[in-house]
Write a protein that binds this ligand. Structure first.
Ligand code: C5P
Length: 234
């Protein structure tokens, strides 16, 4: 399968058409952004880590009965995926308070939440991905109420699978962001699951093993990303 014209270039990935109408190739880049694009940089070989790790995780989710866009990992930086139409929603699930929820609601970082907390945001860079309600989603025609139901149910299932997976490699799943897409009349998991889109803390030391190393200038971003992939590959 080879890449045809580029359909879309995002902050961390490029998406290409292929000879098949219903298949795309995603190429992962090393570019890193934070603060809604205001902070820019690169994390060497991040694209390789995120590509491989997403494929590992999506395969596990498939085994647990959750349909994803994954078809197959093609090489270090590219994956063949189902050609979904991305829903303009960022679905965030939190187990432990950190990041924007700590800032917004004054919950101390590290506080274990009494149940997983699901948040929906409008995927729109110009607006800064604002928090939205299900009524906003319906009124703006971003997704149907039925689609939102599927998204919410799957996000919580995915959280359970991911908590177990990361626990097995000595990482606490603090929170994560996922995206879904329409494909052949269904709503399936798309985009990526990686240290760019999850907060992961080492179980023993609480070391931040994710993009917060870049966002907060904590250093060691490259080697930390490699360490997460190494643990996940065992
Ligand atoms: O910044 P905030 O605390 O809301 O992020 C929650 C989770 O969602 C974090 O794991 C973060 O990496 C992820 N996220 C993302 N892309 C965004 C916003 C948040 O991957 N645009």
């Amino acid at each position: 399968m080879s890449k045809l014209n580029m359909l879309y270039e995002g902050k961390a990935k490029k998406v290409y058409k292929t000879e098949k109408e219903n298949e795309y190739i995603v190429e992962y880049k090393d570019d890193a952004t934070a603060l809604n694009g205001l902070k820019k940089g690169t994390i060497s070989d991040k694209g390789i880590v995120n590509n491989k790790l997403s494929a590992i995780i999506f395969k596990i989710l498939e085994e647990k009965g959750i349909e994803t866009h994954l078809i197959e990992l093609l090489n270090d930086r590219e994956t063949l995926v189902k050609a979904v139409e991305i829903l303009p929603l960022e679905v965030i699930v939190r187990n432990i308070a950190a990041g924007s929820i700590s800032k917004r609601l004054g919950i101390e970082e590290g506080t274990v939440l009494k149940k997983p907390l699901l948040e929906l945001c409008y995927k729109n860079d110009e607006l800064g991905d604002p928090f939205i309600s299900e009524d906003h989603i319906e009124i703006l025609n971003l997704a149907t109420p039925k689609e939102v139901e599927i998204v919410k149910e799957n996000a919580l299932k995915i959280n359970e699978v991911l908590i177990e997976f990361f626990k097995g490699i000595n990482l606490k799943l603090v929170d994560f962001k996922i995206e879904f897409g329409r494909y052949d009349g269904r709503v399936i998991l798309a985009d990526e699951i990686s240290p760019d889109t999850c907060r992961l803390w080492d179980v023993n030391t609480n070391k931040k093993m994710d993009k917060d190393r870049f966002r907060r200038d904590l250093g060691d971003a490259e080697s930390t990303y490699q360490e997460v992939l190494k643990r996940a590959s065992k």
